[in-house]
Design a protein around this ligand. Structure first.
Ligand SMILES: N[C@@H](CCC(=O)N[C@@H](CS)C(=O)NCC(=O)O)C(=O)O
Length: 225
């Protein structure tokens, strides 16, 4: 088996990179990572060496290059079937794929007004009708999946799945921007933040030297509840 290499952006800011990294950690497959800091003079040239889309994340497996977060997660589910990255039950798996695709293609209000930032707390910033509508939908989605599929563990489909990897950066956004969550949301956020892989990613993010978002002044340093 060839060694996998995941090419990612800054851990503090690249939410798309966090998702397959968490899935890869969960798979147990050994991998190397190459971190390319975003918004630097050589960023585009460096990403172009690894990703035909000019975006990270990208995964290299021998002569295969897989780009785009969800495609990478799907690939990992195929090469590491024992990791159970999708729920076993076909019905649950279909819903897990639906909520993952919904995250991947939607929630523009949330992504635009509440960018992931694992270095800062900005309670109150970014709250507007678009982001609030997305927040309501996310909380409803978490409640519905937990209620229907969550009996076997604290994650959306019980045990950790790609759906949780997709929503992990939403959890950190809710913390950074002081989003009020219901009880189900708070418990789910705690489960995600308690994952050893998540702790490792957040610690590395906080130690990074780069700052990207200088326009809004943080009111504190990111701390998971
Ligand atoms: N749909 C893509 C989105 C990837 C994306 O937008 N990545 C950003 C970083 S989070 C990027 O590479 N931006 C290029 C740049 O900032 O130069 C995915 O799911 O992987």
């Amino acid at each position: 088996m060839t060694e996998l290499t995941l090419i990612i952006g800054n851990k503090a800011f690249s939410s798309w990179s966090m998702r397959p990294w968490l899935a890869l950690k969960h798979s147990g497959l050994p991998f190397q990572e190459i971190l390319i800091p975003l918004r630097q003079p050589d960023t585009a040239a460096r990403i172009a060496e690894h990703s035909p889309s000019g975006r990270v994340p990208s995964l290299r497996d021998g002569d295969r290059v897989i780009w785009d977060s969800l495609a990478i997660c799907e690939y990992l589910a195929e090469i590491a079937p024992a990791a159970g990255l999708w729920p076993e039950d076909a019905g649950a798996r279909a819903v897990a794929r639906s909520v993952s695709a919904e995250m991947h293609s939607g929630f523009v209000g949330l992504r635009t007004h509440m960018s992931m930032d694992l270095k800062a707390m900005r309670p109150g910033v970014g709250h507007n009708p678009e982001s609030e509508a997305d927040i309501a939908r996310v909380l409803e989605l978490w409640r519905a999946t937990r209620e229907r599929f969550g009996a076997d563990g604290p994650f959306l489909f019980g045990r950790f799945s790609i759906a949780d990897a997709m929503y992990a950066p939403v959890v950190t956004r809710f913390i950074t921007y002081g989003v009020e969550m219901d009880e189900v949301g708070r418990a789910y956020a705690e489960a995600v933040m308690s994952l050893p892989a998540m702790k490792e990613w957040v610690a590395a993010a906080k130690a990074e030297p780069w700052d990207i978002y200088t326009d809004e002044r943080p009111t504190g340093v990111f701390v998971a509840p």
